[in-house]
Design a protein around this ligand. Structure first.
Ligand code: BGC
Length: 272
């Protein structure tokens, strides 16, 4: 673990999908900055417990627990928030990170593949944001820990603006997130709530293993990344800590692209 910092001390953060990939790195980074962390998971209890343990065993980090919940189920999300509030007193930061892919050509895409991706990637983020805001409003300001009433970070993707053949359900869910995030910001910024998205590019995690696990696929992938390296989960962890901290206090309703320049259309470097 890197040296702990203290930008989030005294705050509590829920990270959904915190047992692996980007969510795991985000949970560890948030814990390192002093926050208590709820490591939410869907099915991998062992890995979520291990992430929580890594945070709580370090006396310089915050405390942590793992909580199972399917973010697309309203009752699960409501219960996750009440357990968090019982355990830590409140929620200050919600990082709605859970996301899945069910890839298929559109003509082969089943309704259930469409629905499941929308349920987890979009409805799940709505449910988490709603419960978080209810708690922020109930609890009121805590000027000793933050200048904002609460912070929500939606984990989006470069595919909120880059269309993606063979992944229409995923791209539609991320495109929907833009309007969800910006509408929530417009509605709740007057209450001093900050709502932003992080849009990762190609980050080396199990979700996109096929895009990097052979030298040939990695070479093909790097053609899409001007910075010429694949992202690592910690790239997103540090962005999330900054967006959750008061250092970014005036940042609201924004998407922070963390993509090595992927959204700068590298296909046009020597063409067009
Ligand atoms: C997807 C990855 C993909 C990346 C860049 C992410 O949102 O989950 O599978 O590699 O976007 O295309």
């Amino acid at each position: 673990m890197q040296k702990p910092n203290k930008r989030l001390e005294g705050q509590t953060c829920i990270v959904t999908g915190g047992s692996s990939g980007i969510g795991k790195a985000v949970a560890l980074a948030i814990g390192r900055d002093g926050a208590n962390v709820v490591v939410n998971y869907h099915s991998n209890a062992e890995s979520a417990e291990e992430v929580a343990h890594q945070i709580s065993k370090d006396s310089l980090c915050g405390d942590a627990i793992a909580i199972q919940a399917d973010v697309s189920h309203e009752a699960d999300v409501v219960e996750m928030f009440s357990t968090t509030i019982e355990t830590f007193g409140t929620v200050d930061i919600c990082i709605a990170n859970s996301g899945i892919q069910r890839d298929a050509a559109l003509t082969d895409m089943s309704l259930s593949d469409w629905q499941r991706v929308i349920d987890v990637n979009l409805t799940g983020q709505f449910l988490c944001a709603r419960e978080a805001i209810r708690e922020f409003l109930r609890r009121g300001m805590r000027p000793d820990v933050s200048t904002s009433l609460g912070k929500i970070i939606h984990m989006s993707s470069v595919h909120q603006i880059i269309p993606w053949a063979g992944h229409a359900n995923y791209a539609a869910s991320k495109g929907g997130l833009v309007m969800l995030m910006e509408s929530i910001c417009q509605e709740y910024a007057p209450h001093k709530i900050r709502v932003n998205s992080i849009a990762p590019g190609a980050i080396q995690t199990p979700i996109n293993r096929e895009a990097w696990n052979t030298p040939e696929s990695l070479e093909k992938l790097l053609k899409l990344i001007p910075y010429k390296r694949i992202g690592v989960p910690d790239d997103i962890g540090s962005a999330a800590v900054w967006l959750a901290s008061d250092e970014s206090e005036y940042v609201n309703g924004t998407t922070l692209y963390v993509d090595g320049g992927m959204t700068c259309f590298p296909g046009f470097t020597a063409n067009g």
